[in-house]
Design a protein around this ligand. Structure first.
Ligand code: CP
Length: 304
């Protein structure tokens, strides 16, 4: 049984198999998971992750049971633990996609589950399936992962998509990452240490304008209002690293702009028409990537 909890569990061979299958599945449907049921259990809001997982399951012939506001509309509101909820859902589904506001909740669920658990975001921890589609987007839209220079900007402390993507980029050769953040929203030291151990060249700055022109990929992120102790604290941190058309025009001609979404105001809407802006395509890749992942979890052996 395979749980998907963090991106450290993937290796390059599996990633290339998953991505080859993803390309094959783009715009295709199959019946591979007919008779299987996916439970999507979301204790935090989501548009992309929940819908793209559910779309992926339907496109593979499977069925879906879902609660999009499990904090309010599941028995957690009556005091049930995640462990008891999972022990019960075990009997109703063949796989669980779980989003929660607390770090480590997917691992707690996996510890008692008889069926695969997929971490769909655990607070400011990790979001491994988002990182898979992010890495696929770099390969598909930029053209290669080895040798890439990625500028990651925004809330790098709480940004679980950033954390998961860093662990994946550390598996490739000659990667450079430039982190752009305010001092209190910096990338955690544990991730920097992992990257340095894996020979990734890491730089930190608070000057997006200066580094954007040298980037192959700009990975912009939202300042995560829900992770701050007060609205006043949040307001001190927003609006500092906005990507507008003037800066986009100065980027390399073949560079791409990514964002896990949702966007608030950190990329001006005028940028959306730029050929460099791939963030809506990126969200679209969530379906075939998650189809390939579901096939892997349910026992497909890919051949590349
Ligand atoms: N990227 C992402 O996780 O989006 P949702 O919160 O809409 O799922």
């Amino acid at each position: 049984m395979i749980h998907i909890l963090e991106t450290q569990q993937f290796d390059r061979i599996l990633l290339s198999e998953l991505f080859a299958e993803t390309t094959r599945l783009e715009n295709n449907s199959e019946t591979f998971l007919q008779g299987k049921i996916m439970a999507s259990l979301f204790y935090e809001p989501s548009t992309r992750t929940r819908f793209s997982f559910e779309s992926a399951m339907h496109r593979l012939g499977g069925a879906v049971i879902t609660t999009e506001n499990a904090t309010e509309f599941s028995s957690v509101s009556k005091g049930e633990t995640i462990e008891d909820s999972i022990r019960v859902v075990n009997h109703y589904a063949d796989v669980v996609v779980l989003r929660h506001s607390e770090v480590g909740m997917a691992a707690r669920a996996a510890a008692v589950a008889d069926i695969p658990i997929i971490n769909a975001g655990d607070g400011p921890g990790q979001h491994p399936t988002q990182a898979l589609l992010d890495l696929y987007t770099i390969q598909r839209e930029y053209g290669s992962i080895d040798g890439v220079h990625v500028v990651m900007a925004g809330d790098l402390l709480h940004g679980r998509t950033v954390h998961s993507l860093c662990y994946l980029l550390g598996k490739y050769d000659d990667v450079r990452i430039t982190f752009v953040s305010l001092p209190h929203l910096k990338i955690p030291d544990t991730i920097k240490q992992y990257l340095q151990k894996h020979a990734v060249h890491v730089t930190e700055t608070d000057a997006l304008d200066t580094v954007a022109t040298a980037a192959d990929v700009i990975y912009q992120t939202r300042i995560q209002k829900e992770r701050f102790a007060s609205v006043a604290e949040y307001k001190k941190s927003v609006g500092k690293f906005v990507l507008g058309m003037e800066l986009v025009d100065r980027m390399k001609h073949n560079a791409i702009i990514m964002h896990p979404l949702p966007r608030v105001d950190e990329i001006s809407s005028e940028v959306d028409v730029s050929p460099k802006a791939v963030y809506f395509k990126q969200a679209g890749y969530g379906v075939p990537v998650r189809m390939a992942l579901l096939k892997y979890i349910f026992g497909t052996h890919f051949s590349i």
